[in-house]
Structures are given as structure tokens and as C-alpha cells.
Ligand binder design. Structure first.
Ligand code: NAG
Ligand code: NAG
Ligand code: NAG
Ligand code: NAG
Ligand code: NAG
Ligand code: NAG
Ligand code: NAG
Ligand code: NAG
Ligand code: NAG
Ligand code: NAG
Length: 501
């Protein structure tokens, strides 16, 4: 199990259990700080064969693992229930909401023809948010690459993706840019490159023996993760340039990118573990952040990865450097890092020569609540990467999805602790401007519905996909609406009762 611990955490998600910290209220955050929640297109919409949408690499992945029916028939049916869901967001008191646009719904073949029904759907959804005064934060690519581009040239491993992604973004800016002022280009490029091209646990499931943790049919785990991420950075930067040149003067929005950011601490006080921890930070965080700030990969990566590391030309380096208005931070938990020499087992990235180990009572589906980890991530970004504007674009806790999970006091403890840590960071100078809880409702999380993060419970066997607020929804709403301090132990009876409206 050792080799797959990390992998399973990728698949299932994270979190758990805390002794509480301190009380605070929303109005202690700086003016303009936004609170939201989130979901992504593929996890929420359903309707995968409807109105001209074509498959994404996730559809294909699930088809091959017999999960197709799950997603096709179940999902949250957001495509048809978006009005109801936006109303729930409003009732909860959210300032903002993070969602993504499905590329294969908008441009079904990846390039060329824009699907008018896809266009209409996103216009309707964004207008509905606007009607309720909820600020949309839109992610352009949340893992659902059009299958057509995977078939044609292998998706992210070919440079053709740079122009195709930029053209997709161009359509989005042109059509939705009057409403959307916050764009994130790519969701978790570091996780996508590792999960999709090294370990093969996520679509497009590329990997090569002996590295992948599943039987790989294609790919090269030694080279493709680096190539894919390189192309993601270039596609991001090309898109950011397009926005600056063609749209910013009239739309006045901003373009950022997200990063998957576990925090990491040495397993022991040995020098080896300390060095391994810094190396891991460079490989996981620096891989994306260093090029964005300094135009090149971290030295330690270039040294270890050697000839397999793609090289930025001078023009590309200039393009990537400073190509973001804000950074989207995705944080769930903290791991120990243990030095390993000649690691052959699948711990995220084999060149790191380090292993990730859980902290405390964490198990594969339940993690201790370690809010200081988020503070450390924000402090690290502040000190090493120029304190850019940050939005926490995902943070949350999974739990068993069953009918007795409505009273999710563990999730309330988690959110209370982590939002408190954001406040501490802001007070200590971090330029963090928003917090988005993951996820607004229970969603299809990678491979099943067994462990979900929702504030709302979704009954996936009900044809109506009924949504019911969990205790965490009531707590978050009380926090968002309150002018007084909130405590983690708020009870349902003291809730504002918005769900009865
Ligand atoms: C991989 O292939 C081997 C041999 O064909 C098989 O025994 C094993 O179950 C497969 N593993 C997975 C995860 O599919
Ligand atoms: C991966 O690519 C490298 C560099 O091109 C090559 O040496 C290696 O043999 C490839 N591995 C596989 C499994 O194809
Ligand atoms: C542009 O956006 C910034 C920050 O969101 C805001 O302060 C400024 O007033 C806006 N300018 C215009 C012309 O709308
Ligand atoms: C682990 O669980 C034990 C017993 O419930 C508890 O006393 C301890 O504080 C927990 N450790 C962490 C790090 O949460
Ligand atoms: C239902 O979920 C709760 C936690 O959310 C868990 O303690 C319990 O074991 C689960 N029940 C079943 C039958 O899986
Ligand atoms: C929810 O769970 C908490 C602790 O687990 C308990 O104290 C509380 O009474 C429960 N609330 C309801 C409505 O069941
Ligand atoms: C607060 O910020 C200062 C200056 O960046 C830093 O030295 C200090 O370690 C930070 N404190 C915490 C708790 O992160
Ligand atoms: C998820 O739950 C279903 C039953 O609800 C079970 O058949 C399946 O094995 C579970 N999958 C995982 C990965 O736990
Ligand atoms: C979910 O919906 C099904 C079908 O309507 C119903 O039988 C079941 O009781 C519901 N489950 C919960 C927990 O509400
Ligand atoms: C909840 O916390 C408050 C403030 O610490 C405390 O006064 C109250 O007794 C607690 N309620 C429960 C049910 O634990």
C-alpha cells in the first residue's frame, strides 16, 4: 500500500478532526475579500451527450473503467438545474462562485465550430449569477480536454495545444468577458501533469513501466509530465498575453493560473529529510511558480531531470515570466516528506527521491485538520514568490457519502480552522483576496461518489438529484451573513434557516 498511498489520496481527496483555534467573523477580513464555493463542469453538469457536447478525456477514461453510466446518468444534472443551484448559492450568502467551462461543450471538436447551445448554456448560467450579484471566477480548463485533441495529437504533450487552447480562451473572453472578471487558465497543472502523464491515475492515463500505478497503454513517465506541464505554462502565458492585448482595456478583468499546493514538512529532523523537503517543494510548487516568477525552472529540477527537462527559449521565458495577475491556490492538507534514495515506487514524482507520508491519524479517506499548513503555504508564496495576489480556489474536506452524513460536524471544524488560518495569513501580510470552499454540493470525485466534499448533500439515486443542506452549509451561511463571531460548533437550530425559503 505504501506506493499507492499518495495516489489514493489524489483519487479520493482529503482531510479531518480538530481541536479548535479561535473565533472570528467575516467582517474581520479586509474589505473586498470574497468568499465563495465551487464546482467544475464535468463534475456538476451531467448531460454529456446532450445539445452537441462531444466527449472529453474523462468520458473516455470512465468508459474504459466501466464508470461511464455513473457520470452519464447521475452527476448533479447541473445542466438542467442551474437556476435552482444559483438560487441556493444566493440563499447561502456567497459573494463569488468558481466554475469551469467545458471545452468539449463549447467547441466540441476542440477547434473550429462553436456550439451555439453550449454558448447559450454558459451565457444563461453567467447571467443567472449576475442577476443574484454573485461574482463568477471561471476556470477555462478543469481537466476535461476534448477527446478529439487527445486523438489528434496527444493533447498536452504536443505544442499544437498552445494555439488551440488560446483559440478556445479567445472565444470565452469574447463571449463571456463582459460578465467574467476573474479567469483561471488551467486547473492544477502540476497535479494534471503528474496524475495524467506520470502515474496514469487520471485521464489521459499516460504512463510507462515501471512507473505508472496502473497498466499503461501509452506514454512515457520519464518525459511526458515535464513536456505536458511545459506546454500548459506556454498555453497559459499565450492566453494571458491574448487577454492583455485584446480584451483587458475594455473588459478590465484579470487572468491567473492555479497550483495544487500540499504543504510539506520533514519526517525527521535529519539533514536528509530537510533537504528532501525543500527538493519536494521545488518539484511540486517551484515547477509552476518558478517559471511564472523568474522565467525558468528551479535549478534543482534542471540538475536532476537533466536532458529530459524542456527548455524555455528566451522569448518563451519572457512570455511566461509575470504572465499572471493572481495565483489560485488549491490546498487540502500537509504531508511529511521522507528522503528515499533510488525510489522506484510511485510517489507523485519519482525524480524527487522522496516519499509523502500522512500526518497524525490521517488515513486514506480522512485527514487530520492541520490549518497551519495553509498558513505555511501562503507564507512560502509570500516570501519566495513575491507575495502575488492569491485566491484560495479550493479547500475542503471529504467524508463518506451516505444519508447519515448530513450532520457533518467534522467538515465544520475543518472549515472553521482553515478559514481562520487564512485570516491569520492576511493579517501577517499575505495578499490573499478570496476563499472558495470545495465543493458547493456533493460531486463525482474522480472515480466514484463514495467520498464527497459538498456543503449540500446530493441524492444520486433520486431522479431529481435532490439537494439537502448539511450542517456545514448552515455554518458557512451563518458565517457569511453574520456580523458576529462564529464558533465551529454552531448548531442547526441556530442556523438562519435559509433552506426553508
Ligand atoms: C495489470 O496487469 C496485470 C497483468 O495483466 C494484472 O494482473 C493486473 O491486475 C493489472 N492491474 C490493474 C490495476 O489493472
Ligand atoms: C522515454 O523517453 C526517453 C527519452 O526520449 C527514452 O530514453 C526512454 O526510453 C523512453 N521510455 C519509454 C518507456 O518509452
Ligand atoms: C478595473 O478593475 C480594478 C480592479 O478590479 C478597479 O479598481 C478599477 O476601478 C477598474 N477600472 C475600470 C475602468 O473599470
Ligand atoms: C489522533 O487521535 C487521538 C485519539 O483520538 C487524539 O488524541 C490525537 O490528538 C489525534 N492526533 C491528531 C494529530 O489529531
Ligand atoms: C456514513 O458516513 C459516516 C461519516 O460521514 C460514517 O461514519 C459512517 O460509517 C458511514 N456509514 C456507512 C454505512 O458507510
Ligand atoms: C450532530 O453531531 C454532533 C456531534 O457529532 C452532535 O452533538 C449533534 O447533536 C448532532 N446534531 C444533530 C442535529 O443530529
Ligand atoms: C509573518 O510575516 C513575517 C514577515 O514575512 C515572517 O517573518 C513571519 O515568519 C510570519 N509569521 C508567520 C506566523 O508566518
Ligand atoms: C463505492 O461504494 C460502492 C457502493 O456504494 C462500492 O460498490 C464501491 O466498491 C466503492 N468504491 C470504492 C472505491 O470504495
Ligand atoms: C434518495 O432518493 C431515493 C429515490 O427517490 C429514495 O428512495 C431515497 O430514500 C433517497 N435517499 C435519501 C437519503 O434521501
Ligand atoms: C459551542 O461553543 C460555545 C462557545 O465556545 C459554547 O459556549 C457552547 O457551550 C458550545 N456549545 C456546544 C453544544 O458545545
Amino acid at each position: 500500500m505504501k506506493q499507492s498511498f499518495f495516489v489514493i489520496t489524489i483519487i479520493l481527496g482529503l482531510a479531518f478532526s480538530v481541536r479548535c483555534s479561535y473565533d472570528y467573523s467575516k467582517n474581520e477580513f479586509p474589505e473586498g475579500f470574497v468568499f465563495g464555493s465551487a464546482f467544475s463542469a464535468f463534475q456538476w453538469e451531467g448531460a454529456i451527450d446532450e445539445d452537441g457536447r462531444k466527449p472529453s478525456i474523462w468520458d473516455t477514461y470512465l468508459q474504459s473503467s466501466n464508470g461511464h453510466e455513473l457520470i452519464k446518468d447521475i452527476d448533479c444534472d447541473g445542466y438542467h438545474k442551474y437556476k435552482e443551484d444559483v438560487r441556493l448559492m444566493y440563499d447561502m450568502g456567497l459573494d463569488a462562485f468558481r466554475l469551469s467551462i467545458s471545452w468539449p461543450r463549447l467547441i466540441p471538436s476542440g477547434t473550429g465550430h462553436v456550439n451555439p447551445k453550449g454558448l447559450r448554456f454558459y451565457k444563461n448560467l453567467l447571467n443567472e449569477l449576475k442577476r443574484y450579484g454573485i461574482e463568477p471566477h471561471v476556470t477555462l480548463h478543469h481537466n476535461d480536454l476534448p477527446q478529439a485533441l487527445e486523438d489528434e495529437y496527444g493533447g498536452w504533450i504536443d505544442r499544437k495545444i498552445i494555439d488551440d487552447f488560446t483559440a478556445f480562451a479567445d472565444v470565452c473572453f469574447r463571449e463571456f468577458g463582459n460578465t467574467v472578471k476573474h479567469w483561471s487558465t488551467i486547473n492544477e497543472p502540476n497535479m494534471l501533469a503528474s496524475g495524467g502523464y506520470d502515474l496514469g491515475v487520471m485521464p489521459p492515463k499516460h504512463c510507462s513501466p515501471p512507473f505508472g500505478v496502473v497498466n499503461c497503454s501509452r506514454g512515457n513517465s520519464s518525459t511526458e509530465p515535464y513536456i505536458a506541464l511545459h506546454n500548459m505554462l506556454l498555453a497559459h502565458a499565450s492566453t494571458a498575453r491574448l487577454y492583455k492585448q485584446k480584451y483587458k482595456y475594455k473588459q478590465n478583468g484579470s487572468v491567473g493560473i492555479t497550483i495544487f499546493a500540499y504543504w510539506m514538512v520533514p519526517f525527521t529532523s535529519s539533514q536528509k529529510d530537510k533537504i528532501a523537503t525543500q527538493r519536494a517543494k521545488d518539484f511540486y510548487l517551484g515547477w509552476v511558480l518558478h517559471p511564472l516568477l523568474y522565467g525558468d525552472y528551479p535549478d534543482v529540477m534542471k540538475k536532476i531531470v537533466g536532458k529530459r527537462m524542456p527548455i524555455f527559449s528566451e522569448d518563451e521565458s519572457d512570455l511566461v515570466k509575470d504572465s499572471f495577475d493572481f495565483l489560485g491556490v488549491i490546498h487540502y492538507t500537509t504531508f511529511y516528506i521522507k528522503h528515499l534514495s533510488n525510489s522506484v515506487q510511485g510517489d507523485y514524482n519519482l525524480d524527487v527521491d522522496a516519499s509523502l507520508l500522512p500526518i497524525g491519524n490521517s488515513t486514506m479517506v480522512s485527514f487530520d485538520v492541520l490549518p497551519w499548513g495553509l498558513e505555511e503555504v501562503l507564507e512560502y508564496i509570500k516570501q519566495n514568490y513575491g507575495n502575488p495576489p492569491v485566491y484560495i480556489l479550493e479547500n475542503g474536506q471529504p467524508s463518506n457519502h451516505n444519508s447519515s452524513s448530513l450532520n457533518d460536524t467534522g467538515r465544520v471544524e475543518y472549515l472553521h480552522a482553515y478559514i481562520g488560518s487564512v485570516l491569520k495569513s492576511v493579517r501577517n501580510g499575505s495578499d490573499t483576496r478570496g476563499y472558495f470552499q470545495w465543493s458547493f454540493m456533493d460531486l463525482f470525485e474522480f472515480l466514484n461518489y463514495n467520498y464527497t466534499y459538498g456543503l449540500y448533500y446530493v441524492n444520486f439515486t433520486d431522479p431529481e438529484r435532490k439537494r439537502s443542506p448539511k450542517t456545514s452549509a448552515l455554518w458557512y451561511s451563518a458565517f457569511l451573513k453574520g456580523t458576529t463571531k462564529v464558533h465551529k460548533n454552531i448548531s442547526v437550530s441556530s442556523s438562519p434557516g435559509f433552506f426553508s425559503q
